[in-house]
Design a binder for this molecule. Structure first.
Ligand code: GAP
Length: 448
């Protein structure tokens, strides 16, 4: 983990947030390369779940959330972790993460009894700060998918089964943020709520578990390093009938990367005005002030059905960490030296190709390189970089370390025959091709 953290800082993937003022625990900022990698991972998810399907619609809802929503979702009462205080050094810990019931800071066993600590952040909305003006920062993106259920149905005429996908920030006041971006207080989630007819939910649950496992594998997070964990009944969240976690071998241990829950009709039922004609199957919370009936009508029987929902919920930041960890390699070279390389899947690489003139500031070479950059950039495959450093060896090493799949060198032969040298990141093999072949070559590399 330390090597990865150092690389992330050195090369501009991830920085500690508010660093120049000493940092703020549990917050990280994504730098010039990190933002590209993160966006590419989110795009890959969106493409797979929204663009490639016709049964999923997208949503981008607000982060500030009315307390009612999180009251009737059950979060106000149950979204807690057990907090203990060390009576000797006054530090605070999560009781379920302590080893041998000892304070990790001073080793004392003189701890308070655990008490529930609600993880939701509160803020106030508007100029008057009182008990009626507060709102929460959402602790999961899921809730405003449920509250927009009727809007999406009414505007798209979707029928079961169908899903609503959202990527966005979530906030949790974690007691002990730790392990780099693994457990943080501000993070992003990629969540799908897939609504199905009750009775078909178990089958859909299995389908989504398999689909998500395959997706992570396609992002370079090998199935060899992933495990499924069927969450035992006594550990299930309040809304869940069954949850399968996709666990990844992070540098600090086997931990959850994504959870896939069968949330039944709990949320839609809880947010629906209690209507006699809703045949709710789960124990939803008491009646509320909502004005909606979050249900669909069976076209044949005309009965109102509150769909069950299967929820694949993945953390973007944990995804970035897993992808980086899988891609990070230090290789022994034949000359006894080593090279650090990020073998990222090309579609995730922050920079798709670097165009390098052999001689720095040589106007003829730089002009050609600049035109190549413009032409390749027009393909909209991602960022293409013109690297006018004049030091090919150094550029190759830098681009290996940041995962650029292709380096393109413009040299004096280019002036004569319009050919360039391309170098493959993984094999380090070089070959000459015509400039006219480059676009197709790059497209094949990035898209396949
Ligand atoms: N809507 C369901 C839900 O939020 P969760 O298991 O609490 O379920 C889903 O969170 C995913 O969000 C996790 O699998 C993890 O990847 C990510 N996540 C949760 N808490 C996080 C945190 N404090 N820091 C980073 N990622 C987190």
């Amino acid at each position: 983990m330390d090597e990865l953290v150092a690389l992330c800082k050195r090369r501009g993937f991830i920085f500690q947030s508010n660093e120049i003022y000493g940092g703020l625990q549990g917050l990280y900022d994504y730098g010039p390369l990190g933002v590209e990698l993160k966006n590419n991972l989110k795009q890959a998810w969106w493409k797979d779940l929204v663009f490639d399907r016709d049964d999923v619609e997208g949503l981008d809802a607000s982060i500030l959330t009315k307390p009612d929503v999180l009251k009737f979702s059950g979060h106000e009462d149950t979204f807690t972790d057990p907090l203990v205080d060390c009576k000797d050094c006054n530090s605070r810990w999560r009781a379920d993460q302590l080893k041998s019931n000892k304070c990790p800071s001073c080793g004392s066993k003189n701890l308070t009894d655990p008490r529930p600590f609600n993880l939701m952040f509160k803020t106030s909305v508007g100029p008057v700060e009182d008990n009626n003006s507060f709102a929460y920062l959402r602790p999961e993106t899921a809730q405003n998918i449920f509250t927009n259920f009727k809007n999406v149905i009414d505007s798209t005429s979707k029928q079961l089964p169908f899903g609503i996908a959202q990527i966005g920030k979530a906030f949790r006041n974690e007691i002990t943020p730790r392990n780099f971006v693994f457990r943080v207080r501000e993070f992003e989630q990629m969540e799908l709520e897939f609504f199905v007819t009750p009775g078909t939910d178990d089958q859909w649950h299995e389908t989504w578990v398999n689909s998500r496992l395959n997706w992570w594998d396609q992002q370079g997070v090998s199935k060899d390093n992933l495990e499924l964990y069927r969450v035992p009944e006594n550990e299930l969240a309040h809304y869940s009938k069954a949850t399968v976690d996709i666990m990844y071998k992070f540098p600090h241990g086997l931990e959850e990367l994504e959870g896939i829950a069968n949330r039944t009709d709990f949320d839609l039922g809880s947010h629906s005005k209690n209507q006699a004609d809703l045949n709710l199957q789960s124990n939803v919370l008491e009646n509320n002030e909502s004005n909606a009936r979050l249900a669909v009508q069976d076209p044949e029987t005309k009965k109102w059905i509150v769909p069950y929902v299967i929820e694949p919920s993945a953390g973007v930041d944990r995804g970035v960490l897993a992808v980086l960890n899988e891609a990070y390699n230090v290789e022994e070279l034949s000359d006894g030296k080593t090279r650090t390389v990020l073998n990222l899947k090309p579609h995730l690489a922050p920079i798709k190709a670097a165009v390098i003139p052999l001689k720095k500031n040589n106007s003829e070479l730089v002009n050609i390189a600049s035109n190549i950059k413009k032409d390749l950039q027009r393909l909209r495959l991602g960022r293409i970089l013109l690297e006018n450093s004049g030091n090919i060896g150094k550029s190759y090493r830098r681009h290996d370390e940041i995962g650029t799949p292709l380096c393109i060198t413009v040299d004096f032969e280019t002036l004569e025959d319009n050919s360039i040298t391309i170098r493959d990141r993984d094999t380090m093999q070089q070959k000459r091709i015509a400039i006219s072949e480059l676009s197709k070559f790059l497209e094949d590399l990035i898209i396949n």
